[in-house]
Design a protein around this ligand. Structure first.
Ligand code: SAM
Ligand code: SF4
Ligand code: SF4
Length: 361
């Protein structure tokens, strides 16, 4: 039996006090799966759309993978990509794997197919739809490289029923002055706002045009004010983001992601919750449980605590939260994986942007 509270306590003690307390086996709270890394958008911040990727995980293997994840006691799934809704067998996989057994199923999407697929989504066990929108209409469409993206995404959101919905915004220079408007637009359609920090160190972002999007010092002040006054983020997080965007020296927290999340890529590679470090196995020739229990996984998860890595900002809010943990932080971290869906009646917006959390690629 898997007890998340004592597991998280050990991750906290092991990362902040002594490695001897670290769990002996990784039991990630959530599995992030890329069934495809193909994409039909053309975002200036991201490289995925520039390549044709091979989807190596078959329908059968994907169904078995979800069963393995459930058997491990991992209760959260996050489907990302590429664009996860491009996989034609996506809903079949969830149905055949009885995905309703999971407490939380998040789909991170560009939103371009929400309008077309809203019935399938509404009938599925998906608990949360996170739609990437980076600014108001014209700015968003410029960043995402598709004219009409903003309107199509928002129209799709309005058709969703009984799902938690969030707009995922990557904080950037072009839309800094629109953040409050974006929070209001989210609220109008019953969505919350989550944010993400611009990254240039991940394999699918290396050639992206980030200079055009990097906030200037005045932008950073405005972003910090928005995070503090509208999203009510903790001060240590705002300080980190301010320093990061201003390219100042950062005090990096021990990285706990190897214990909180596991990644499966579209070629079957398994990552220890970290994009820059090497794969530790592949689900096309092994069971996920074996990979999680392997020396390779555990050695790498421990090395991440010691920050033996190139460094990145992806998921840093979890590591910051562990470093600054009070009892409430454990609640916040477990919420990343187990957020239950609020009821969302037809055409009845009921949430505001004031309780935002962070998102990741
Ligand atoms: C790579 S996308 C994959 C899922 C889906 N295609 C989408 O856009 O939501 C995952 C998240 O990464 C964000 N992202 C894109 N470029 C980024 C960058 N340079 N730094 C940080 N996040 C980025 C996207 O906006 C999105 O919220
Ligand atoms: S951020 Fe998402 S929508 Fe944009 S190109 Fe990358 S994978 Fe596609
Ligand atoms: S901070 Fe380091 S260990 Fe953590 S996810 Fe980034 S590169 Fe990996």
């Amino acid at each position: 039996m898997f007890y998340p509270a004592s597991y998280l306590s050990r991750v906290w003690l092991g990362s902040q006090v002594s490695p001897k307390f670290l769990p002996s086996v990784a039991r990630p709270l959530s599995a992030h799966i890329k069934l495809t890394e193909n994409c039909q958008a053309r975002c200036i911040s991201c490289d995925y759309w520039k390549s044709r990727w091979q989807d190596a995980i078959s329908t059968e293997r994907a169904v078995a993978l979800l069963n393995e994840i459930h058997a491990l006691g991992t209760t959260g799934l996050r489907f990302t990509g590429g664009e996860p809704l491009l996989r034609r067998d996506f809903f079949e996989i969830m149905r055949r794997a009885d995905a309703a057994r999971f407490k939380s199923i998040i789909v991170q999407t560009n939103g371009l197919l929400l309008k077309k697929l809203h019935k399938e989504i509404n009938e599925s066990p998906i608990t949360k739809v996170a739609v990437s929108i980076d600014g108001l209409k014209d700015t968003n469409d410029q960043i995402r490289g598709i004219r009409g993206y903003f309107d199509l995404g928002m129209e799709g959101i309005k058709l969703l029923r009984n799902k938690e919905v969030v707009l995922s915004v990557t904080l950037n220079r072009l839309s800094t002055s629109e953040l409050k408007g974006l929070a209001a637009a989210a609220s109008d359609v019953g969505a919350k706002l989550e944010f993400n920090i611009l990254s240039r160190s991940l394999y699918f972002l290396a050639g992206a045009d980030l200079d055009a999007m990097w906030p200037t010092k005045p932008d950073v002040i405005e972003i910090a004010r928005f995070l503090r006054d509208t999203l009510h983020r903790p001060e240590y997080e705002i300080d980190y983001i301010t320093r990061y965007y201003n390219r100042e020296l950062l005090t990096e927290p021990p990285c706990v992601l190897g214990y909180l999340q596991v990644f499966v890529l579209s070629n079957g590679d398994v990552l220890t919750g970290c994009y820059p470090l090497k794969p530790v196995g592949n689900i096309l020739n092994d069971d996920l449980g074996n990979i999680l229990a392997s020396d390779a996984y555990m050695r790498q998860a421990e090395a991440m605590i010691r920050r033996e890595c190139p460094g990145c900002t992806c998921g840093v809010e979890s590591s910051l939260s562990m470093k600054h943990a009070a009892s409430s932080a454990f609640y916040q971290i477990s919420n990343l994986a187990h957020r239950p869906p609020p009821p969302r009646a037809a055409g009845a917006p009921e949430s505001s942007a004031s309780s935002a959390t962070t998102t990741s690629p």
